[in-house]
Design a protein around this ligand. Structure first.
Ligand code: NI
Ligand code: MN
Length: 227
């Protein structure tokens, strides 16, 4: 089983898993780093970490066009259903979405969540993927939290962590998160999209190499890595 992930800028990623395509937080329109347009996406499944516009992004257009199933927390799904999406899958922390070829457990995240129109967006989430014998943790938007140690006990191959600061943890706290999570590889996200979250990712990668046991994978927008 091969897992290939591609960075679409910000927190948007595309996962290719043995012929299945999964989009996470597909914010493309208005994302100056996005290497593709919404009409280029053809996912089978869309996963959302929370209700903010820079994560829900182009979900409605893509899902209406492709019929992709959208899995997100309860309130985000209710909102999407009210916008006319029929194939939504209501989740919440502790619950696992089991599609056979991929299992995704909803985890906690420390952040906020409101929908693009300001309505309540439930609790923000992280996502813990089990794909074959691989474990990948997608933190979503979050601060550092102690329970990352619990997630690290899973034995992670990859952790996707925000490093932009201001709205999420920044580079310094991400190093502590890496200590707690102990992933083999770590992928930075949620940086350089907007002025307030510009970071020196080359310096971050040097710090990860010198201060942690994890291997940093810094992708260019459109860049991929396979496991
Ligand atoms: Ni957010
Ligand atoms: Mn965000």
């Amino acid at each position: 089983m091969t897992v290939k992930f591609t960075w679409l800028g910000h927190s948007a990623f595309s996962f290719d898993i043995d012929g299945h395509n999964v989009l996470v937080d597909p914010f493309l329109t208005g994302n100056q780093l996005a290497p593709i347009k919404p009409e280029d996406a053809a996912p089978e499944v869309i996963l959302l970490t929370h209700g903010h516009g820079d994560h829900v992004g182009d979900t409605i257009d893509i899902a209406k066009r492709t019929g992709a199933m959208v899995a997100a927390n309860f309130e985000v799904c209710n909102w999407l259903a009210a916008q006319g999406l029929e194939n939504v899958n209501h989740m919440n922390p502790g619950g696992t979405l089991d599609l056979g070829w991929m299992r995704v457990k909803w985890t906690i995240a420390h952040h906020s969540s409101s929908m693009p129109d300001g309505s309540y967006g439930g609790q923000p989430n992280g996502l813990l993927f089990t794909i074959g014998d691989r474990k990948l943790y997608f933190a979503g938007d979050t601060s550092l939290f102690m329970d990352m140690q619990l997630i690290g006990m899973e034995g992670l191959d990859v952790a996707f962590l925000p490093i932009g600061d201001k709205f999420t943890m920044g580079p310094e706290d991400s190093l502590k998160a890496i200590e707690f999570l102990r992933p083999r590889h770590v992928v930075p996200m949620h940086y350089n999209t907007f002025d307030p979250i510009v970071q020196d990712v080359a310096q971050w990668a040097r710090d990860v190499n010198s201060k942690t046991l994890s291997n940093p994978i810094v992708l260019d927008p459109g860049g991929s890595h396979s496991l």
